[in-house]
Design a protein around this ligand. Sequence first.
Ligand code: BGC
Length: 254
Amino acid sequence: MSLKGKVAIVTGGNSGIGKAITIAFAEAGAAVIIDFVAHPEAADALERKLAAMGEKAIGVEADVSRIDDLRKLVDRAVSAYGRLDVMVNNAGVETRTSVLDTTEAQYDRVMAIDLKSAFFGTQLAAQQMIKQGGGRIINISSVHEDWPMPGNAPYCLAKGGVRMLTRTAGVELAKHGIQVVGVAPGAVATPINDATMSAPLQLARLQAAIPLGRLAQPEEIARVVAFLAGDGGAYLTATTIVVDGGLTQNSVGL
Ligand code: BGC
């Protein structure tokens, strides 16, 4: 799947699924802009790793929950490469808190990083893409966009919003040649699942609920995203692809 000559932004692009997407895109020939806020050294290391492979990634200091900082990412894509072809709204956090015990600060943080950043990332990317005659926006959601996860309430709400963002923006932006697609992973072996992966009983229960019998590797999600960013996504918009190893189809509950 070639993304040769394409310019992409991947929010949250230096950890977890985002890092795997950054690498998959660069390997497919795209230039990638990623944000960092807490770990500039991780972004540097990724830039260097890709440079050593002859690929391009640029780290930009940006807090994606702030519109001005999202704008910095788009501006950087345009100043460095003159265009933006693919926007991946990937950054996400979760609190593992319930409806009863979520604090206002926890709620606001999840909404800002998981939903607000995807909304304004879509808006800012689309404004640039309209000038170019089109582009692709890919929202990394979760199976929990329409499958409640007890004890992870703000995350489910935010991802439910991302699902509707994909559908609404997909319909609104089609006339500008912009396609908006969601990817909803199930359980993936990334830092967000560290606690589960280090609790043997919980891990065994989760694996038993997944028909494929294991968590996904981040690269398995990234390959789907690269496919959608390239020719594979040619006739998709306003819809979400579920990549969950069968988890949500299993009638054996978690
Ligand atoms: C959540 C994980 C959870 C997985 C499967 C993901 O979206 O971030 O915490 O393990 O869904 O339920």
